[in-house]
Design a protein. Sequence first.
Length: 130
Amino acid sequence: MVIFDEESLAAITPEQFRAMQDAIKRGARFLAFPYCVSLIVVTMQRRSRIYFVEPKESLLPQSIYFSMVSLVFGWWGIPWGPIYTIDAIAACLRGGRNVTNEVMVSLRRLHAAIATDQSATTFLSGLNVP
């Protein structure tokens, strides 16, 4: 299991991206675990960092951890605390939220932009513009 934040996702090389695509074809997924935190009248729904999970890896530790965070800190906010807490715990017990499509679309766009910038840099360097 590999954990990603936005910076580490942006640092994925094209080779790593292709390896991830192959792993996804075999059943790997990107998952995020929702949790809920309440401050009496303010209830916030948050999500964990993104986990890249191989097909047979256990999600039990993450599911329990983020369910407990919601259970301890989320339920007592009025009026949305109980509703958001139940939603977060249910999603955690189902194995988190699958964000594979969103991550892969973002990575494809990033690598396309990098490829475009690299080709533009190569073109501009051949022009010998001061």
